[in-house]
Design a protein around this ligand. Structure first.
Ligand SMILES: [Zn+2]
Length: 240
């Protein structure tokens, strides 16, 4: 079966049905509205034209190396608060683990001295060991979390930055994956694509456009990426 890059990705701007790919004369790929809600007036469109418009749209995400470094730095900085918070939590958990160990050791001596019986010892030891395990796994999670935030943030940035050039050389299957990652809603009406970026790419596109506009107008914005700074709601931070 042929792999259509844009199938399932675009809805028809007239009737809301899906746009689907179809091969004509064994080589040309056309997209058209399924017309499930009745005959639709949107004409068939060549796949190349859809590809061209997506590619053009992806170029909204483009920004140069200076800007990339700038955002990277801003991200790193914005995570330093979290980092401090994690260090505090890790310290607390380490202490708790230590306290539990002391308790277990003392209880063992009590058992040897026959101050506590075997049942009491077994029951408590089991419980405290469990608590210790929880401490250790929380510590591990916290140690990883900061790196994950940073890595994901930087990866997304890099991906966005290269999206435009990568897209053109990809297989239809990869193009499809990529567009699914970047866009939440795409529709096609009268031969024109309208595509909505997913978060955080929407923010990035907006920022890149403003920066471009400012550059052209000769405006130097002292803080063009304000949006990427430690806002309480940044999507880059939502990790479970
Ligand atoms: Zn339609």
């Amino acid at each position: 079966m042929h792999n259509f890059a844009f199938s399932g990705l675009i809805s028809c701007g007239h009737c809301g049905c899906a746009m689907v790919g179809e091969i004509k004369k064994n080589k040309y790929i056309y997209y058209h509205c399924t017309g499930n809600k009745g005959k639709c007036k949107e004409p068939y469109t060549r796949e190349e034209e859809l590809g061209r418009q997506f590619s053009e749209n992806l170029s909204c995400l483009k920004f140069d190396d200076d800007v990339f470094e700038w955002i990277k730095e801003a991200l790193t900085e914005s995570f330093s608060d979290e980092k401090r918070e994690y260090s505090g939590s890790i310290e607390r958990l380490t202490k708790e683990h230590h306290t539990l160990q002391n308790r277990i050791d003392r209880m063992y001596i009590d058992k040897l001295d026959e101050k506590v019986d075997q049942n009491f010892y077994d029951k408590n030891r089991f419980e405290w060991r469990e608590q210790q395990d929880r401490c250790l796994s929380d510590i591990e999670r916290l140690q990883n979390v900061e790196n994950i935030y940073m890595d994901e943030g930087i990866q997304l940035l890099r991906l966005a930055k290269d999206a435009h050039s990568m897209f053109q050389n990809q297989s239809p299957a990869d193009q499809s994956k990529m567009l699914n990652l970047f866009y939440s809603n795409c529709s096609w009406k009268r031969g024109v694509l309208s595509a909505k970026f997913r978060q955080p790419f929407d923010l990035l596109a907006e920022t890149a456009i403003i920066d471009d506009h400012n550059k052209m107008a000769g405006i130097i914005d002292s803080d063009p990426f304000e949006k990427w700074l430690p806002e309480q709601d940044s999507n880059l931070r939502q990790i479970d």
